[in-house]
Design a protein around this ligand. Structure first.
Ligand SMILES: Cc1cc2nc3c(=O)[nH]c(=O)nc-3n(C[C@H](O)[C@H](O)[C@H](O)COP(=O)(O)OP(=O)(O)OC[C@H]3O[C@@H](n4cnc5c(N)ncnc54)[C@H](O)[C@@H]3O)c2cc1C
Length: 434
C-alpha cells in the first residue's frame, strides 16, 4: 500500500500518523524541523508545545476535560504521553514539555510503519492520500500553495501570543507563596502578590510599555483566549484583577488575607526548575518585558529563560471547505487537521488529527466512516468546523455550547456539565473506533 503523506509532526500530525500506523496503514511523516523552524518552535522534537505547558482542565465538568477523556479512551498517543509526563497543576493537565515531546518523538520514530522524512514541504502533493497538519505557522511557501488550492475562498488569520518562562531559583520566595486557589488540590502554583500601590505602578507601566512590531496587528485581531496581557491591561484599570491577576481564594500566609492582585507561576518542567507566568502572553519588546515584569515584587531579580512572542496564526474558512471528517469537500484525497482547520488549542488539534486519521484509515480498509455524534466533544468540534451555516468563522475551543443540551433540568452548572460528559462517554462507548 502507498503510504499516506502526513505534513507536519506537531500535535495533530503526530496523532494522525500514529493512528494510521496503528491500524496497519504505512505513513510518510514529513516535518521541516530541525532544518527549518517556525518562529515559535525551538526544538527538534515532535509534538512541541509552543506556549503554555498546560493542556487545560482535566475534569469532566469541563468540555476540554471531556475531550481528553474521549481521546484517552480511543488510544490517543498525545494523551498517553501527556499523562506519562504530567506535572502537578491542580485540576489541569500540565506536562513537562521536553519529556512529553521526546516521548512522542521516540514513539513515532520507532514505529515500523512510520517513515519520517525531514525537510520543508513546499507544495501539496499531487498524488496519494494526504493529511495536512502544518499548523498555525505553516511555512510561507506551503501556505501560498494552499491558498492557490482554494481560489474560491481565502485564508483567515488572527494573532496569538506566548508567555515568558523564568527560573525557579530566581523567584524571590520571600515575597511569594505556594498555594492553589481556595486550597483545592495540592499547592502547585507560586503566587506573587501585589499591593494596591504596586499594582498601580505595574499597570501604568504595562499599559505604556513599548510593543514589538507585528505587521498588520491591531488589538481587535487577537484571539480572546490568548490575549496579550498588555492588551487586556489597556481595557481598564481593574481588568487584570478579574483575569490573570485575580486574587480570589489566594490567601497570603504572611497576612492571612487575599492580596490586591496576584500573579501566578506554573511549573513548566517536572523538576520544577522552570516556571511560566500564567496568562502573561505578550508582544512587548524583550527589554520591556524584563523591565515591566520585574516590577512584580517576587520577580524583581527574575531570570527570563524565554521571552513572550507574538505570531500571525493562519486557518482555513473550514465551514466552506471541509466536511465532518476534516476532508476537503472538493477533493477528499486531501484532509486538513489541527489548528489550520480553525480548531483552537492543543487538545482540539489532537482530536482533529485523530478523527481525520481514523476516517482515512477506515476508507483505505474498506470500512464505513465513524460518524461521531454531536453529543461527543470529538463529534461536536468536527461538526462545528464543517457547519456551513457558520458565516463569521472564528477559531473554536471545545465548549459545552456546541454540544446539544440534555433535554431535562439538572441543578447547578457543574452537575449539568458532568451529566453532559456522562452522556458523551456513553455515546462514545457505542462507536466502533477501530
Ligand atoms: C504563538 C502561539 C502560542 C500558542 N499558545 C497556545 C497555548 O498556550 N495553548 C494552546 O492550547 N494552544 C496554543 N497555540 C495554538 C497551538 O499552535 C495549537 O494548539 C497546536 O500547537 C496546534 O497543533 P498543530 O498540530 O495544528 O500545529 P503545530 O503543533 O504547530 O505543528 C505543525 C508542525 O508542522 C510543521 N510544518 C509547518 N510547515 C511545514 C512545511 N511546509 N513542511 C513540513 N513541516 C511543516 C511545523 O514545524 C510543526 O512541527 C498557540 C499558537 C501560537 C502560534
Amino acid at each position: 500500500m502507498e503510504p499516506v503523506i502526513v505534513i507536519g509532526a506537531g500535535l495533530a500530525g503526530s496523532e494522525a500518523a500514529w493512528q494510521l500506523a496503528q491500524r496497519g496503514i504505512p505513513v510518510e511523516l514529513r516535518e521541516m524541523k530541525p532544518e527549518k523552524m517556525t518562529p515559535a518552535h525551538h526544538t527538534p522534537w515532535f509534538g512541541e508545545l509552543v506556549c503554555s505547558n498546560s493542556l487545560r482542565s482535566d475534569q469532566l465538568e469541563n468540555a476540554v476535560g471531556l475531550l481528553k477523556e474521549e481521546l484517552r479512551r480511543m488510544g490517543s498517543l498525545i494523551l498517553s504521553c501527556a499523562d506519562e509526563h504530567r506535572v502537578e497543576a491542580g485540576g489541569a493537565l500540565a506536562v513537562d514539555r521536553h519529556g512529553f515531546a521526546q516521548a512522542i518523538t521516540e514513539k513515532i520514530r520507532s514505529h515500523p510503519l512510520i517513515t519520517v522524512v525531514e525537510g520543508e514541504v513546499e507544495h501539496l502533493p499531487a498524488e496519494g492520500q494526504v493529511i495536512v497538519a502544518s499548523g498555525p505557522l505553516t511555512s510561507d511557501t506551503l501556505a501560498e500553495d494552499i491558498k492557490g488550492f482554494f481560489p474560491e475562498s481565502h485564508y483567515l488569520n488572527f494573532f496569538d501570543a506566548a508567555a515568558p518562562l523564568v527560573t525557579f531559583e530566581s523567584v524571590d520566595m520571600e515575597s511569594a507563596f505556594f498555594a492553589s486557589r481556595y486550597d483545592k488540590g495540592t499547592p502547585d502554583y507560586i503566587n506573587c502578590p501585589l499591593t494596591a500601590e504596586e499594582y498601580e505602578a505595574f499597570w501604568t507601566e504595562l499599559c505604556a510599555a513599548q510593543e514589538a512590531e507585528v505587521h498588520g496587528f491591531e488589538d481587535k485581531n487577537v484571539f480572546e483566549g490568548c490575549m496579550p496581557v498588555e492588551v487586556m491591561a489597556r481595557r481598564g484599570h481593574d481588568t487584570l484583577c478579574y483575569g490573570p491577576l485575580k486574587p480570589r481564594g489566594l490567601k497570603d500566609p504572611k497576612t492571612g488575607k487575599e492580596p490586591f492582585a496576584v500573579v501566578q507561576l506554573r511549573k513548566d518542567n517536572a523538576d520544577g526548575t522552570i516556571y511560566n507566568l500564567v496568562g502573561f502572553q505578550t508582544h512587548l519588546k524583550w527589554p520591556e518585558q524584563k523591565r515591566v515584569f520585574s516590577m512584580i515584587p517576587a520577580l524583581k531579580n527574575a531570570e527570563f529563560l524565554r521571552y513572550g512572542v507574538m505570531h500571525r496564526n493562519t486557518y482555513l474558512d473550514s465551514p466552506r471547505l471541509l466536511d465532518r471528517y476534516y476532508r476537503v469537500k472538493k477533493d477528499p484525497r486531501i484532509c486538513f487537521a489541527g489548528q489550520i482547520t480553525g480548531v483552537e488549542g492543543y487538545v482540539e488539534s489532537t482530536a482533529s488529527g485523530f478523527l481525520a486519521a481514523l476516517e482515512l484509515s477506515r476508507r483505505l480498509r474498506g470500512l464505513p466512516p465513524v460518524d461521531f455524534p454531536q453529543e461527543t466533544a470529538t463529534g461536536a468540534l468536527a461538526l462545528y468546523i464543517s457547519n456551513e451555516t457558520v458565516t463569521d468563522f472564528q477559531p473554536m475551543n471545545v465548549n459545552f455550547g456546541i454540544i446539544p443540551p440534555l433535554g431535562y433540568k439538572v441543578k447547578g452548572k457543574r452537575n449539568k456539565n458532568a451529566e453532559l460528559s456522562k452522556r458523551a462517554l456513553e455515546k462514545l462507548a457505542e462507536l466502533d473506533t477501530e
